[in-house]
Design a protein around this ligand. Structure first.
Ligand SMILES: [Mn+2]
Length: 360
C-alpha cells in the first residue's frame, strides 16, 4: 500500500470520505509534501479513495507535474474556495477531513460556507503516520546529517579570534549548501561566551574570544528531510567548571542513548537524562525537554519530554539533546539524532561527542 492509500484507509476508519489539505504561503507544506511530493508555496489537495487532485496556479504548473502523480487542476485566480468546491462536489463527501492545526480560522469559515459537509480534524492521522519513518525517510535524514556534519567540521577549521558569531554562522550555512544541502532546516545558531546560556540564542555581532565556549545548533535539509545537531566546543581552553558541566551533559546523554528504546515513553527517556543532571545539582538549569521527533519538520512527533506518556514508536527519529544553561556564565548542549528501535536507539549522527578544545 502506498502512502496515500494508507492515509485514505485511516481517514475512512474515522468515517471521513475525503480530505482537503490547504496550503497557502507554505502553510501546509510538510503534509502536502508528505502526501503528494509537491513543494510549492500554494496548493490545495483533495484526496479520496478514487481520486487525488492538486489545485495550484500557473507559477507551479510545470513543477507540479514533475513532483506528483495527483491530477492537476489549474487555479486561474478568481475564487479559490469556488475552485475547491467544484473539485469536492464531484466526490460528494458527507464528511471531510481538515488539518485543524494548519488551517486558519478564515479558511475554515470560507470552506464551511461553500461546502455542505461535516468537517473533522485529521491532524492526528497525519502526525501519527509521519512519526514512523520508512527506510527511505531514514536514509534522507541520514543524508541531511552527513552534509551537516561535513559542514560543521569544515567550519571548525575556519574559526578565528574576533570573527563575529554572524560571520561564523554565514560560513556554516555556506558550507552546508556547498556540501549539498537543499536548504537549512532552521536559522543556524552560533553563539559564544556568556551568550551560550540562551538555549535558542541568535547569532549576533559579538566577537569570538579566546577560551570561550561556542554553541553550534545546525541542520541541513536534503530531499525534504532535516538534520538537527548541536555541539558546544571551546575556542581555546575550557575552565574546570565548564568541564564539569560538559561532563554532566555528556553523561546524561550517554545514559539516554544507552537506555532508550521503543519500550520507553517520552517521559521515561527524558527522566533518564534529567535524573542524572539533577543528581549532579544542575537540575534547575535544564529547562527544556530531552528531545523531539525529526523528519520533514525539524520539530515533530513524538516529543521526548515529561508530558509524553506514550511509548516511543519503533522507527521514529528523535533528537537527544540534554543541556545545562547558567545565566551570566555559559551553557552546554549536545544533540544527537537517533532512530528508535525495539530494544535500543541507533545513532544516525557520527560526530564525536567528546569536548573539543579548538587550538587558537
Ligand atoms: Mn533540536
Amino acid at each position: 500500500m502506498n502512502r496515500v492509500e494508507q492515509f485514505v484507509e485511516k481517514i475512512e476508519k474515522m468515517g471521513v470520505e475525503a480530505a482537503i489539505i490547504y496550503n497557502v504561503e507554505y502553510s501546509s507544506k510538510p503534509s502536502t509534501y508528505y502526501l503528494s511530493g509537491f513543494t510549492g508555496s500554494f496548493s490545495v489537495l483533495v484526496i479520496s479513495r478514487e481520486k487525488q487532485f492538486i489545485i495550484t496556479d500557473s507559477r507551479y504548473l510545470e513543477q507540479v507535474k514533475q513532483q506528483t502523480s495527483f491530477e492537476v487542476v489549474e487555479y486561474k485566480g478568481n475564487d479559490i474556495f469556488e475552485s475547491v468546491r467544484a473539485v469536492v462536489d464531484d466526490l460528494k463527501p458527507k464528511t471531510i477531513g481538515l488539518e485543524f492545526q494548519r488551517v486558519s480560522h478564515n479558511v475554515f469559515l470560507k470552506l464551511n460556507e461553500k461546502i455542505k459537509a461535516n468537517f473533522v480534524s485529521i491532524d492526528s492521522v497525519i502526525d501519527t503516520m509521519r512519526t514512523v519513518k520508512s527506510q527511505e525517510e531514514i536514509d534522507n535524514i541520514k543524508k541531511a546529517i552527513t552534509v551537516s556534519e561535513k559542514a560543521y567540521l569544515k567550519t571548525l577549521e575556519c574559526i578565528k579570534e574576533d570573527m563575529t558569531e554572524m560571520e561564523l554562522a554565514a560560513e556554516f550555512e555556506y558550507n552546508m549548501k556547498k556540501f549539498g544541502a537543499q536548504g537549512i532546516a532552521f536559522e543556524t545558531i552560533v553563539i559564544s561566551g556568556p551568550r551560550t546560556s540562551m538555549p535558542h540564542g541568535r547569532p549576533s555581532n559579538k566577537k569570538i574570544k579566546r577560551n570561550e565556549p561556542i554553541t553550534f545548533d545546525f541542520g541541513a535539509v536534503v530531499n525534504g528531510y532535516c538534520a538537527d545537531i548541536t555541539r558546544t566546543i571551546v575556542f581555546g581552553k575550557a575552565d574546570d567548571e565548564f568541564k564539569r558541566i560538559y561532563q554532566t551533559v555528556y553523561e546524561a546523554q550517554t545514559l539516554a542513548l544507552e537506555k532508550g528504546s521503543a519500550k520507553m515513553s517520552g517521559k521515561m527517556l527524558d527522566s533518564v537524562a534529567r535524573n542524572h543532571i539533577e543528581s549532579k545539582g544542575y537540575g534547575r538549569y535544564f529547562g527544556h525537554g530531552l528531545g523531539h521527533g525529526l523528519g520533514i519538520e525539524v520539530h515533530e512527533s513524538p516529543r521526548v519530554n515529561q508530558s509524553n506518556q506514550e511509548l516511543l514508536p519503533q522507527n521514529a527519529v528523535v533528537t537527544i539533546e540534554p543541556g545545562i544553561y547558567i545565566e551570566g556564565k555559559y551553557g552546554v548542549r549536545i544533540e544527537e539524532d537517533v532512530v528508535v528501535s525495539e530494544s535500543s536507539l541507533e545513532r544516525l549522527t557520527s560526530l564525536s561527542r567528546e569536548l573539543v578544545e579548538v587550538k587558537t
